[in-house]
Write a protein that binds this ligand. Structure first.
Ligand SMILES: Cc1cc2nc3c(=O)[nH]c(=O)nc-3n(C[C@H](O)[C@H](O)[C@H](O)COP(=O)(O)OP(=O)(O)OC[C@H]3O[C@@H](n4cnc5c(N)ncnc54)[C@H](O)[C@@H]3O)c2cc1C
Length: 453
């Protein structure tokens, strides 16, 4: 009689966002028992919030253009996207009964523009696959091994400690031994939904290199040298929330790269926010960190050439006011007209030379084609849509395992927004989170196979 083969050891997953849930699905589908812990009473809270904005799941932009949205991290992310490309994400959603469509901007959304139906169907399927959900269990770190007794002999290199995860739960603290674990703890924004970045301390203590967490896809404060206030009171009162579209934003980044793109954003009480600002956000943030401010130039009339704008402004306007003249000839109104007023009547921007004489058509045209917007600080990280920084990608094994060390057990894998990559909005964030969850779980399965666990 042959002995029954032992059931495979359970994998412990921490973090039930898109990355963790996708990892759970991959592991369970491979026949591994999976226990998923999350500090919150339910999983996917940020995913549900993303659903309030329509749930932009991914983008229809073909690869390799798609990959370039991840900037410097693009090469490191390519294998994740190979493992779970955008089309696979759409097919996967369809498998959960959620059809997707491509919006006019190329962004991909579920037909219902909501996250709840997808999450509900997904969690139900995971339960059927045997995934055990342990809610209200906060991961605190790894159990630290007792220090070895000292001896006079030369110390051998310290072996990694056994993998034991510490949790704080409703019943107090507990320690869980695991064959392997996968952390998908998210970034550090919207902390009330669970992603609070508190994982940085225990991982740093274990010797994991972590790039500082910074806000990404977030608004920026405007400010002008020598002036306490940002926008003038009239602009804040009348234009906060007003869209600025279409507009073109140009800047030279700290490394000399030129950002020059058309799009839209909104004026806010404190400054500016919205997709075009988010797209330029990484360069804006780094420039501000380096020099304290970043001036970008806005083409408020991107549909018209400088010559056309100049000629239209110079066209005789009779008794009409300048504002009426610009509106009728160039369609300049609303938030765009308010920006002109900021310069002409409220003493912006910084230097008097930049303030044109309203009678000087050439100077006015130059201002409308290159309005100097000075940004001085990003909004706080807790407000951000996503987080830059995190576990450094160059420290990870090709399967996304952390390198074991004296304070770091072997068999710890990581996925999702807690890794050091960033991308603009447009579906690129969720796509990378899903794909990294799939890819890290595949790496974990290979590692278990090799170690025989
Ligand atoms: C307002 C808003 C709108 C968004 N819209 C979109 C969009 O339309 N498209 C898009 O691509 N992206 C969008 N995003 C971004 C996207 O939601 C995130 O990038 C994504 O949810 C990150 O997935 P994740 O699995 O890495 O982490 P998260 O979704 O943040 O999940 C992390 C999980 O880990 C748990 N956790 C954290 N620490 C611990 C701990 N110590 N112990 C136990 N559990 C812990 C948390 O409770 C949480 O459940 C949006 C974000 C916001 C804030």
């Amino acid at each position: 009689m042959t002995a029954p083969s032992p059931s495979p050891a359970a994998v412990h997953l921490v973090g039930g966002g898109p990355a963790g849930l996708m990892a759970a699905e991959t592991l369970a589908a491979a026949g591994r028992p999976v226990v998923l812990h999350d500090a919150m009473p339910s999983v996917g809270r940020k995913f549900l919030l993303a659903g309030k904005g329509g749930l932009n799941l991914t983008h229809s932009e073909p690869r390799p253009g798609f990959d370039t949205r991840y900037g410097e991290a693009a090469a490191a992310l390519a294998p994740w996207l190979d493992a779970f490309p955008p089309q696979a994400l759409c097919d996967w959603a369809a498998g959960l009964g959620v059809d997707t469509f491509v919006g006019s901007s190329g962004r991909v959304f579920p037909a219902e523009m909501k996250a709840a139906p997808l999450l509900r169907a997904w969690v139900q399927r995971l339960r059927q696959q045997g995934v055990v959900f342990r809610m209200r269990e906060r991961w605190l770190g790894f159990e630290r091994p007792a220090p070895a007794p000292s001896s006079d002999a030369a110390e051998p290199a310290q072996a990694p400690p056994p993998l034991r995860l510490r949790f704080a739960g409703p019943q107090g603290e507990s320690t869980v031994p695991a064959a392997a674990c996968l952390l998908a703890l998210g970034g550090a924004s919207w902390s009330r939904l669970g992603s609070d970045g508190a994982w940085v301390a225990p991982l740093a203590q274990a010797g994991v290199p972590i790039a500082p967490l910074r806000p990404a896809n977030v608004g920026f404060h405007v400010g002008w040298a020598g002036q306490a206030a940002g926008w003038s009171a009239p602009l804040r009162a009348r234009q906060a929330g007003a869209p600025l579209k279409p507009v073109r934003l140009r800047m030279v980044g700290p490394d000399g790269t030129v950002f020059d793109r058309a799009g839209e954003f909104v004026l806010s009480d404190y400054g500016v926010e919205g997709s075009l600002i988010y797209a330029a956000g990484a360069a804006l943030r780094e420039q501000i960190a380096a020099t304290g401010a970043c001036t970008v130039h806005l083409d408020l009339l991107p549909a018209f050439s400088l010559d056309k704008v100049r000629a239209d402004i110079a066209h005789p306007r009779g008794p009409r006011s300048l504002a009426t003249h610009l509106k009728s000839r160039l369609g300049l109104e609303g938030a765009k007209a308010a920006l002109l007023q900021e310069v002409l009547h409220r003493g912006l921007p910084d230097t008097p030379e930049q303030r044109p004489d309203p009678a000087d058509a050439a100077a006015l045209a130059t201002l409308l084609k290159a309005w100097p917007l000075r940004l001085v600080a990003p909004r706080p990280i807790d407000e951000a849509i996503s987080t830059a920084g995190g576990v450094r990608l160059d420290t990870l094994s090709p399967g996304l395992m952390l390198p074991p060390g004296p304070a770091l057990p072997a068999g710890v894998f990581v996925a999702g927004e807690m890794l050091d990559w960033e991308a603009p909005t447009g579906g690129y964030l969720l796509q990378a989170c899903f794909a990294s969850g799939r890819y890290a779980a595949q790496g974990l399965l290979r590692w278990l196979h090799h170690t025989g666990a």
